[in-house]
Design a protein. Structure first.
Length: 94
């Protein structure tokens, strides 16, 4: 499945903001809404797609229901880790 433009932009943000020490990317959903001009439900769906396609993995630090979009790291941030496939795709090599 090919990623749409917003999903590719989101993947680029995840890779660009990756923190090696924490081994994760911390995203503020409210700021993402403004940056990508999309609502939280759409962004959560995009993250679900990125995870299903193997581009990112969710952190175990969530506070919502297991496996849900709300389980992305708590109420104030989403915590994700890009996979090798995600990094290569963001670099245009995958």
């Amino acid at each position: 499945m090919a990623l749409n433009t917003r999903q590719r932009m989101l993947l680029h943000l995840i890779v660009r903001r990756f923190d090696r020490e924490a081994n994760a990317t911390y995203l503020d959903p409210v700021i993402l809404e403004e940056e990508l001009d999309a609502g939280l439900p759409e962004l959560a769906e995009d993250i679900d797609v990125l995870e299903a396609e193997g581009y990112v993995e969710r952190s175990q630090m969530g506070s919502g229901e297991p496996g849900s979009a709300a389980d992305l790291g708590g109420e104030d941030s989403w915590v994700l880790t890009p996979t090798d496939k995600g990094i290569l795709a963001a670099m245009g090599l995958g």
